[in-house]
Each structure stands twice: as C-alpha cells, then as structure tokens.
Design a protein around this ligand. Structure first.
Ligand code: GLN
Length: 475
C-alpha cells in the first residue's frame, strides 16, 4: 500500500492530529530553508485553523475526503485564490489570483491540505531550477548540484520531507527530470487527463500538471484525485478516471516493454546505463518481455520542441504587458510602458524564449521553422504510436546524466536544452510518462528510469513502476 494511503488511513483512524503534522512540517521547512524549495509558505495560523477544523471532523467520526491527513505542496505556477502566484518571475511578484486552479479545488474537496507554493524555473522555463527570480533551488542529495527543473521546489519538498506530495507541471520534462535528479517519482499524465485551468500557460499544447511523490503508489493516488474532465479546460477529456491504485498489485508479466536504441547513445553516462541494464535484467527475471526497438526521429525531438514551446510561449506571455497583471513600469507612452515593464519584469531565459519564439513565428521564418517543427511533431507522434502497436511500455533513462553542478550549464543554453533529450518526446506526442528512481551513483546521486505508454495508459506505467520499486528495494 502506498505511504499516502496508509497515512490517510492512520489519520482517519485517529492515529495522529493534522495540527501536529502541520507544526512538524513548518519546522522542517524552516530548518531546510537553504534548499529554497518554497516561494510562499501559507500562514501558520491559516494552516493550523484548517488542520484543526479537519481534526474536529475526524473526532466527530465524520468520513473525510480521500486526501485527508495529507499535506501537499504546489508549484508556484498553479493558482491558489488569495495567495501570491509568482511563476518565480519578477513580473508577477505582486500578483494575487482571484480563483483556484481546478486541481487545487479538487485537492481541497478531497480534504488535502495545501501548505504552500514551490519554487521553479521562471515561468517553468528551465531544466535546473536556476532561472527563478527567487534564487536557485538546491538538491538535497548534494547542495552543489541542481535539483532539476522546472518543478524544482516540488521535487525537493517531497524528497526532503517538507510535504507528503506535490504537484508540478511538465511541458518538456519538468516533472520527470527533477523527480529523477531528486530520487522521487513523478508523472506526466496524458495530455488532457488533468485540467490545466489555473495553470499559468507556458506552451499550451504541451503543458500538463503532474503528481510527484516518494512512491509510485502515492503518485497514482494523487493522480486519481486530480484527474478528470473539466468544462473550464476544453482540452481535458471526458474519459472516466480509473481506479489507478488498483493496478499497483498487478503483476507486469503480460507487459511487452520496448528499449529504444536511440535512448542509449554512446554519450549516456556509464552509471546511468549500468543502473538501467541491471534493472532490465531484474525485470526479465520476473517474466517481463523486452525487445529493442528503433525510434529514429528521436534526434529531432529537442529542436522541434524548442521551436514549438518557444513559439507558444511568446504568444502566451504577451499578456504580461504591465496593464493587467503584476509589474508595471509607467512611461510617457504605452509602447514604452510595455517595453520597460517587460524588460524589467522578465529574466534572461524568459526573454531568450520570447525572442526565439517571435523569430520562428515571424513572416519569412514561419514556414522554415514553426511549420516544419509542427510537421516533425506529427511524424514523431506517428512513430511513437506505431511503437505502441508492438510494445506496451517504452523504458529509457529519464536523463542522460545524474544531477549536474549548479552553474555548470547556465552559460550554455544549448547544453541545458539538450539535457531534455529523453523527456520532450512524451510531450510532443501527448502520451503519458513516469520517472521512477532506480538507484544511486557512486557519487551519491539518484538515477531515474522513464516509462512511457500510450494515451491514457497510465495504468501500465503504474504496474511496471511498482514492480521496478520491488526490484530496486525502494518502498
Ligand atoms: N526544460 C524544458 C524547458 O525548459 C521543460 C520545461 C517544462 O517542462 N516546463 O522548456
């Protein structure tokens, strides 16, 4: 059984008080402030009031929601009414949203307690947690290493025990990559599985909110509570939400697993390779069938992604003009006001993306870049769907290396972008993908394995993910 379900059951059985748990976590957050995992921790008084109200309901023998007793941290690009929503940007440092994201509403309806908003790369653009206006997030395994990004604070909060569970968002790997670097589990659900209402858009055709936890079971449990159709997000689908937790007990022997050759290149870190190979051998012993497959378009995924994502970002971020939201730098005329506000409000990486995106969409370059990238995206999607006629799950490393050093890649954006090489395909294709810890390197850094499956086949990811935990002895 997953830790979260057990904690929830213990809570309902009266084994602990939520007020005590909140006090404990606030203390842990304070002690670990050097990790810089949170941008906003909600007020102690408000949290304790909420916890006390729930504690009373339990004492009275009421049956609470499925997330009662669990404390959840959310990435600070997800809207929580009345609390700052910064996206780790100077642009939004004084913005307070007037509504809840759908995922927040769902968590609150299920009696989950949200403790605060976690740090991230500015507007979720980055792979290291270093582009935040509020300073870099640190990896709890090694303070000189990055925690991955952009859901850096959410991964660190879970790893360091500052919250039971967390939400991140994944546009090109931002849940899975920090999960891998921090040794936790993270899921990018199928596009449309979870409502994006109240998630600040980065690249709308790729964005998806995803659950993060210490175990596959926890992630399945949280997904079950946040997934589903939402009339306020036209891209969310009408499909029923299965009982994901049920799949944790299923044996994986019926699954056919593909190992795509292109995800095991020469340059792959040798320790990452060794961990994955060891895992594959262990799964084979359990009766899981493997075969090598080819995904020759893999090398085009990063270039296509960085064209489509930046194009969409340049359009989505046009709304931050100093008139409606956040920062405003008044000037004698409107154009100057836009220009001053945007020059001061956005950090260098966000500006780079807006410039790149405007360039690939501009007359004369549109066909050469944007349209071409969309065509490549179609082909990649076709190639992936074809693969799922032959296998049920694809198994790859989540990242080509373990967590790199702080500042190691900040001077070279291309190197930073290339670190997303294994994660962007799932977003381009719209399929679901899970990162699960497989071990720790000789330097003491976690390694993650990525599982991808077809649209709405999260069940397969959980089945195989759970058996991976059994092989590695984790959880
Ligand atoms: N690292 C990728 C980027 O910078 C992915 C970010 C994300 O998934 N939000 O675009």
């Amino acid at each position: 059984m997953s830790d979260s379900i057990r904690r929830h059951q213990d809570y309902v059985a009266g084994k602990f008080k939520l007020v005590d748990r909140v006090e404990e976590l606030l203390e842990r957050i304070a002690v670990n402030s050097h990790l810089n995992a949170f941008i906003t921790v909600f007020s102690r008084r408000k949290l304790l009031d909420q916890a006390a109200a729930l504690d009373r309901r339990i004492e009275q023998g009421q049956k609470p929601g499925a997330l009662a007793g669990l404390v959840i941290a959310i990435k600070d690009n997800i809207s929580f009414r009345g609390e700052p929503l910064t996206c780790a940007s100077r642009m939004l440092t004084n913005f307070i949203p007037p509504y809840h994201a759908t995922v927040v509403e769902k968590i609150l309806q299920a009696d989950g307690l949200i403790i605060g908003k976690t740090n991230l790369d500015e507007f979720a653009m980055g792979s290291s947690g270093e582009t935040s206006h509020f300073g870099p997030v640190k990896n709890p395994w090694n303070l000189e290493r990055v925690p991955g990004g952009s859901s850096s604070g959410s991964a660190v909060a879970v790893r360091a025990g500052l919250a039971d569970l967390a939400l991140g968002s994944d546009t090109g790997g931002s849940v899975r990559q920090p999960a891998a670097f921090c040794g936790i589990v993270g899921l990018k659900p199928t596009y449309g599985r979870v409502s994006r209402y109240g998630l600040v858009a980065y690249a709308s055709s790729l964005d998806q909110i995803g659950p993060m936890g210490k175990s596959v079971g926890e992630v399945a449990y949280l997904l079950q509570n946040i997934a589903g159709h939402d009339p306020r997000d036209a891209t969310s689908v009408l499909q029923e939400v299965p009982n994901y937790v049920k799949y944790l007990k299923t044996h994986p022997h019926h699954l056919r697993v593909g190992l795509p050759r292109q995800y095991f290149p020469e340059e792959l870190d040798p320790e990452v390779r060794a961990h994955i190979e060891k895992l594959v051998a262990a799964l084979k012993e359990q009766g899981v069938r493997f075969r090598e497959i080819d995904l020759p378009l893999t090398e085009y995924a990063v270039p296509a992604y960085y064209i489509i994502a930046t194009a969409e970002a340049s359009s989505n971020l046009a709304r931050f003009d100093g008139v409606r939201y956040g920062l405003r730098r008044p000037a004698p005329d409107l154009f100057q006001q836009y220009s001053r506000t945007r020059s001061e409000g956005f950090g260098p990486e966000v500006k780079r993306r807006i410039l790149l995106g405007s360039f690939v969409l501009s007359a004369g370059y549109y066909d050469e870049y944007y349209r071409k990238a969309q065509q490549v995206r179609q082909l990649i999607q076709k190639e992936i769907r074809q693969a799922f006629r032959e296998v049920d799950v694809l198994l790859t490393p989540t990242t080509p290396t373990p967590a790199f050093k702080l500042q190691e890649k900040t001077a070279d954006p291309l190197q930073m972008y290339l670190s997303d090489v294994f994660t962007v395909t799932a977003n381009l294709a719209g399929i679901c993908a899970l990162s699960v810890p497989v071990g720790v390197t000789s330097r003491g850094l976690p390694v993650g394995v990525q599982l991808m499956s077809d649209f709405f086949r999260e069940d397969r990811l959980f089945i195989l993910g759970r058996s991976i935990e059994k092989c590695t002895g984790e959880v």
